[in-house]
Write a protein that binds this ligand. Sequence first.
Ligand code: HEM
Length: 397
Amino acid sequence: MNTRPNLFAPDTRANPYPLYAELRRNAPVFQVDPGGFWAISRYDDVLAVLKNPRLYSSEGFLLFSEKPWLPRNALEDTLLAMDPPRHDQLRSLISRAFGAKALARLEPRIRACAEELASRIPSGRTVDFVEAFSMHLPSFVIGTLLGLPTSTHEHFKRWANDMVNVPGVADDDLVTQARTRQSLEEMDRYLNEAMEERRRHPQDDFVSDLLRVQVDGESLTPSEQMGFLNLLLVAGLETTVHLLNFLVQSLAEHPDVLARVREDRSRVPAFIEEVLRYHAPVQSVLRLTTAEVELHGVRLPPGSPVLALIGSANRDETHFNEPDRFDISRTGTNNMPFGHGAHFCIGAALARMEARIAMETLLDRFQRFEVKTDRFEWNYSLTVRGPWVMPVELHAA
Ligand code: HEM
């Protein structure tokens, strides 16, 4: 390869997999745009990056949303952009909120929300699935989990959307910059008010716990408290929205799979795992080298920005048999869609549960799924990939 590929070129955005295959074959460590990140594309190399936070610092994420036109960096003081030991101390504080007990309590409420949303989708009419279903379910879930009022869930989707798309905003796109700035300010104001309210009237909820917890006898800093809420709002939303989108796209594109899953609902989890592998809602994670690294003959000096391409690792032919074939009979575990090691996704079980409930609900109500792939509008983010407009026709039984 001679020229730097641009991951945001429209054809690549719609289908990045041919480029990834070429990178794996000919240039496993190669600089890409936007941002000049060093893309690492082979399964074993991506895993090695994720397993080694000392050499590959998560501060790489700070580069993602560092923009002169934003009042602050929304990833500052978040788990995602932090390294051990502080990362591990803070992470242990919220693990309980995502444990089996907490999820079991949430399940009936998620199901009720999914059923309500599905019941409002008109059979056989073209609707935007993002607007009709996939944005609302995770907004409801994250709002409920954090104990934030239902009336405000509507705003979450715009805030989350704008935050993950920060790297895709052009330097001269003043309109989008202004909207993104407004979203960040609104989100900050809203979360500050929620914290202030809990300070005055503590409750039995996530925000009150966050204000109460201490590490080595000290409360979290206000910026760390805000970082937690910011991150959960954004990481819990955009990612799951696109998992739900890709589930429906896959049902539409593989009628044989739809028939198999319909015939035996115990195949739903395997179907979800294959969608996570094949479509990887999180395509890559960002890192920064802390020392000189030599990989496949390429020398990266300390401080080099690295993009570990999970989406490519999931299609690596040395790891998966016929990786470009969608096959729900694959065996063996592949947790790469949720990362690996210290930063392994804290919401993985929650996302899988949301996906299972969504599938069960949609399969109960609809017989046939059609997607208008040529009318998808893709988002522009370095990490999360998926359509933010997704016309579909769902046909009731
Ligand atoms: C399909 C859905 C999801 C996917 C594909 C996904 C993927 C990922 C990945 C790949 C990472 C690792 C990042 C890294 O190594 O730097 C991660 C971290 C994280 N995810 Fe998820 N995620 C999903 C849903 C969720 C949900 C529902 C939540 C919470 C409500 C969540 C919260 C987090 C948090 C807080 C982290 C940071 C953990 C840390 O740095 O220790 N995610 N996720």
